[in-house]
Write a new protein. Structure first.
Length: 88
């Protein structure tokens, strides 16, 4: 029951991040523009270019972790079933 309540609390926090994050990003870019001027655009363009590359790399890493997790389960089951035969 407490796990469900924790998940509901997490959802409330993340919903608030969904609407407030764009506002925070715009305010940060505005303040950077005040300090750096047009150089701010270089940083914004760099972040927008790197975003899809980061997504591809992250998807590959997630897939590798999922495959290794599944293989570790297979190896555990194999060792578990074979160990009974060896102990007899």
């Amino acid at each position: 029951m407490s796990v469900d309540v924790q998940k509901c609390q997490d959802v409330c926090h993340f919903v608030n991040f969904m609407w407030s994050s764009p506002i925070i990003i715009v305010i940060a870019i505005y303040f950077l523009w005040q300090i750096l001027g047009p150089s701010t655009l270089a940083g914004v363009v760099f972040m927008l270019v790197i975003l899809p590359i980061n997504s591809v790399i992250l998807a590959k890493k997630i897939r590798d972790v999922q495959v290794s997790f599944q293989l570790s389960g297979v190896f555990f089951n194999q060792n578990f079933w074979f160990s009974d035969n060896f102990h007899r």
